[in-house]
Design a protein around this ligand. Structure first.
Ligand code: 5GP
Ligand code: ZN
Length: 112
């Protein structure tokens, strides 16, 4: 847990957020400022800044999270198609430096 990290605070309950899914490795919540009809965030529980900070262990954990996402598609209402986005660094638009995967879905997903 990182002291000033908003996602660590969500994970430990300091900041409220309804969990659409939770297990020992991750939570899935709704983005507070949705950029698509459905905009979810897959957030690993372990704090590390970004995709460039992955190591073999956390990459394996993240792979498990993606396998779980595959199972959850229909429960989450995204089975019709979705887009995953991971921002790395300020230039890419990253604002929260705790790795997270944006899940965009819905009738119209905005283009790049
Ligand atoms: P980034 O820009 O770092 O890739 O994405 C951070 C995302 O986290 C943004 O889309 C932003 O709307 C979302 N976000 C920031 N603070 C909160 C919060 O307190 N709760 C929720 N649910 N989402 C948040
Ligand atoms: Zn964190």
């Amino acid at each position: 847990m990182e002291k000033d990290c908003v996602f660590c605070k969500i994970i430990n309950g300091e900041i409220p957020a309804k969990r659409l899914y939770e297990d020992e490795k991750m939570i899935i919540i709704r983005d507070i400022n949705p950029k698509a009809e459905t905009h979810l965030l897959l957030i690993p529980k372990e704090h590390y800044a970004d995709v460039a900070s992955l190591n073999e262990r956390t990459a394996a954990d993240l792979g498990q999270c993606l396998l779980k996402l595959r199972e959850l598609q229909d429960v989450l209402g995204i089975g019709g198609g979705f887009r995953l986005i991971v921002n790395k660094g300020v230039r890419a638009g990253q604002t929260v430096f705790h790795l997270h995967i944006h899940i965009l879905a819905g009738r119209r997903i905005p283009g790049f």
